[in-house]
Design a protein around this ligand. Structure first.
Ligand code: ZN
Ligand code: ZN
Ligand code: ZN
Length: 364
């Protein structure tokens, strides 16, 4: 890693007239300095002032992990002992950079206990969400990040290629999920999530795993993701055990058309909302509009869900390097559901998918 991202954050702080960005254990921290810090009750905080050098403050017992991450090549690593006051140390670093009066940006996932302590310590400061600083930068991927997203996309394609063999009548969702997790572990560094939603469970978009026994004829929504070299995968396909019910096939045909329409709408210069509208129009026209109960997609990168949100009302203009899911779904409560999800990357003149599995129903 280089200090390029830190430099861009500092330029943005200056543009926004924000004195400093305070970052705890999070995707922002990994993106900035490559350190996967443990979220602990002991404070770990990267202090990035608009003016002045950044400091990574870590508990002494975490120093070895922080240094092993390579963060010490990019920023000064400063440790605090068990009886020190780490919030006071953050205030000292802000004072060194003339940033104590703020406004100060505090990273979105910082524990409230730390934010409240900072606010008590710096009563004169105004506070901003850290994402106002980092999201516009993080959502446009550089060439290395795009390559990482394609690599992790290929890895999850490989897992999906083996899913049909794991789906057999009489197995539970949990048993299938355990096998899928093992396959993700074999192709990624980490498992992020495993959704195996069979029969009526498919109507709940974030159903994970249950002890439900999968039966002949069941549709099964399989939405899975992992992390490889720090970047996330996320891909959904629909399977049916045995023969496909014609009503489910019709619903899936609509969905396949909607997903393709969403992807076809992606290019630089259009809004995020227009991609949602393109996918939604197909489902609306087929009379399933009220069964498509979520946005069309979400950005992805070092976080599984990040900006840009592909949703009505988001006028963010797409630019080359943005990466997000296109994942319309149709959910029929009490019966079944289906969702097709690919990660796509905006290119200079259109779009490139990071997932390439067949998008039709796979019969298992
Ligand atoms: Zn989701
Ligand atoms: Zn997904
Ligand atoms: Zn997703």
């Amino acid at each position: 890693m280089t200090t390029d991202r830190l430099d861009r954050v500092r330029r943005r702080l200056a543009d926004l007239d924000v004195g400093a960005l305070l970052v705890g254990p999070s995707a922002d921290l990994r993106w900035l300095v490559g350190y996967q810090a443990m979220p602990l009750e002991r404070l770990t905080m990267l202090v990035v002032p608009a003016d002045g050098d950044p400091t990574l403050l870590v508990p002494t017992l975490e120093r070895a992990r922080a240094e092993a991450s390579g963060a010490a090549d990019l920023v000064r690593v400063e440790t605090w002992e068990e009886t020190d006051d780490p919030i006071g140390r953050v205030a000292d670093r802000l004072a060194d950079a003339d940033a104590t009066q703020g406004p100060l940006a505090v990273q979105d996932q910082l524990w409230t206990s730390f934010t409240l302590a900072l606010q008590a310590r710096l009563p004169g400061a105004e506070w901003r969400a850290g994402s106002t600083v980092t999201s516009p930068l993080r959502q446009v991927k550089d060439a290395g990040e795009v390559a990482a997203l394609h690599a992790v996309g290929a890895a999850i394609d490989e897992v999906h290629a083996g899913v049909a063999d794991l789906l057999r009548p009489g197995r539970t969702e949990a048993e299938v999920g355990t096998d899928i997790a093992a396959a993700i572990r074999a192709t990624h560094d980490d498992v992020a999530f495993v959704i195996v939603a069979s029969g009526p469970n498919g109507a709940s978009p974030h159903h994970e795993l249950s002890s439900r026994v999968i039966e002949d004829g069941d549709p099964v929504v399989v939405d899975i993701g992992g992390v490889l070299d720090g970047y996330c995968s996320d891909e959904t396909r629909n399977y049916v055990l045995g023969s496909v019910d014609p009503e489910y096939q019709d619903l899936h045909d609509v969905l396949e058309e909607a997903q393709a329409a969403g992807v076809a709408a992606v290019r630089p210069g259009v809004t995020a909302a227009s991609v949602d509208a393109a996918a939604r129009a197909v489902i609306d026209d087929a009379g399933h509009g009220d069964q498509f109960i979520h946005r069309t997609g979400h950005g992805i990168g070092v976080d599984g869900h990040e900006e840009p949100w592909i949703v009505a009302g988001n006028d963010t203009e797409l630019v080359a390097g943005m990466a997000f899911s296109v994942e319309p779904g149709i959910y029929v409560a009490g019966q079944h559901g289906a969702r097709i999800e690919d990660i796509v990357v905006v290119t200079d003149d259109g779009v490139a998918a990071a997932n390439h599995r067949p998008r039709g129903i796979t019969v298992a």
